[in-house]
Structure formats: C-alpha cells, structure tokens
Design a protein around this ligand. Structure first.
Ligand code: SF4
Ligand code: SF4
Length: 109
C-alpha cells in the first residue's frame, strides 16, 4: 500500500484534562514534523493560542527536544508554519482538519 505523506509523523501530544472551547471548528490544524524540528522554539512566541510546547524531555534523549502543537488549542492560523519556514527548518505542516481527524482518529470540535 502506498505511504501517505504524513505517515512518518510522530504522535500528537496527550492533552491536559481541561478542554479549550473554540468559537468554531478550524479549517486547518498545525502538526510538527518532529524529525525536522530543531527544537529552536522560535515558533512558540508567535502562536496566538499558546498551543506550541516542547515535547517532554523523557521522550527524546537529545539536548533540545522538538516541539508539538496541542491540537485542541490550534486555530489553524499558520503563523507557526510561516515563522518556521522563514526562520528555521520548515518543520510545521498545516493539515486540513478533515485529514487530521482521519489520520489521527481524533475528532476536533
Ligand atoms: S520554529 Fe520550527 S524548528 Fe524551531 S521549534 Fe518551531 S517547529 Fe521546531
Ligand atoms: S497554526 Fe496558529 S494557532 Fe495553530 S499552532 Fe500554529 S500559530 Fe498556533
């Protein structure tokens, strides 16, 4: 079976218990390609939803772990992807929400 373009992506993060309510379902969700992320954290300060954070240190045994997007907070604004593309490693992919839901078996509301 041919591989899908997202097949090499790692998992998305576990969410904290508290759910973030959005006004409407976003059309897109940002997903970090952890194999390309240098862990520079440049994108973090550009996210208006404060939903990008480094992966817990115990998951990677390297000096700077990559970041992940807490998908339930993402509004699909693409700011992180633009910043990463211009200033870092082009490690963030913007997935249509429908594709994200199908790929990760997660329902975004
Ligand atoms: S800007 Fe890009 S390379 Fe840097 S932490 Fe964010 S996703 Fe990773
Ligand atoms: S797309 Fe926007 S809201 Fe989503 S993680 Fe990137 S900067 Fe944050």
């Amino acid at each position: 079976m041919p591989k899908k373009p997202y097949d090499h992506y790692k998992s998305v993060p576990e969410l904290p218990g508290k759910k973030v309510a959005k006004k409407r379902k976003p059309k897109f969700i940002a997903v970090v390609d952890e194999d390309n992320c240098s862990g520079c954290q440049t994108c973090i300060s550009f996210c208006p939803s404060f939903c990008i954070a480094p992966v817990a240190k115990d998951q990677y045994h390297i000096p700077r772990s990559p970041v992940q997007v807490r998908f339930n907070g993402c509004i699909g604004c693409r700011a992180c992807a633009r910043v990463c593309n211009k200033l870092a490693w082009n490690a963030i992919r913007i997935m249509p929400t429908t594709v994200f839901e199908e790929f990760y078996h997660i329902k975004i509301d």
